[in-house]
Ligand binder design. Structure first.
Ligand code: ADP
Length: 213
């Protein structure tokens, strides 16, 4: 009705690809929550929660939190009312087991993904951006050694999930090199070619967010 068109989306890309920034913009346009597992973990660490204590050392080493813990966290989050009509997941799934878990969860609710935004950035560019982020944000997992570990895990565990989503015809390959606005425009244009367009009326003056490329 007056709700904006929503969508069930994933954004996948290597560390430093800009997926966090772009994900927020896309989620906002679709009136859907942006759910970033890394942000949820970091908030728990900062807040000193039980979950935070369990994951802190793992995250600081750049390793993956267990599938059991991560999948449960995501299921709980997706079951909340604000995600009933759509969501944008950032940082999940991150391996094939998590792909299966998500598919099973959505299936059980009679839901399915609409698209997977694949942000493509060459590794040297991605490393350069992470070095800059280390200076700007001081994230404890942005040291040289930990960055190398996270990128290696990305190549080994996360890149293969894109093969699955390509086979399922869900992957939208987006060139992530360019200005923030250029990349945003590419994403909205690609979504629009899929028929995934947020309702401009509901988003006030958001009608210029690139959907009309
Ligand atoms: P980045 O993409 O830059 O690595 P994130 O914020 O997505 O940053 O993730 C930070 C850390 O949180 C990861 O290195 C990992 O330890 C943990 N994490 C986030 N998402 C997941 C996930 N889906 N499965 C396991 N661990 C995760």
């Amino acid at each position: 009705m007056t709700r904006p068109n929503s969508a069930r989306l994933l954004i996948v890309g290597p560390q430093g690809s800009g997926k966090g920034t772009q994900g927020v913009l896309v989620a906002e346009a679709f009136g859907a929550p942006q759910i970033a597992t890394g942000d949820i973990f970091r908030a728990n660490i900062t807040g000193g929660t039980e979950l935070g204590k369990r994951v802190q050392a793992i995250i600081e080493a750049g390793d993956l939190v267990s599938d059991e813990l991560t999948c449960e966290l995501v299921r709980d989050r997706l079951a909340q009312p604000d995600a009933a009509h759509g969501f944008l997941l950032d940082g999940f799934p991150r391996n094939l087991a998590q792909v299966d878990d998500l598919a099973e969860f959505l299936d059980s609710r009679g839901e399915a993904l609409d698209a997977v935004i694949e942000l493509r950035v060459p590794q040297d560019e991605s490393i350069a951006r992470l070095r800059q982020r280390a200076i700007d944000q001081g994230r404890t997992d942005d040291t040289e050694e930990v960055i190398a570990n996270r990128l290696a895990i990305y190549e080994r565990e996360t890149a293969p999930i894109l093969d699955v989503y390509r086979e399922r015809g869900l992957a939208l390959q987006i060139d992530g090199v360019g200005t923030l606005d250029e990349v945003t425009d590419r994403i909205f244009a690609s979504l629009a070619r899929r028929g995934l367009t947020p309702d401009a009326d509901e988003n006030g003056d958001n009608g210029d967010n690139g959907a009309a490329a």
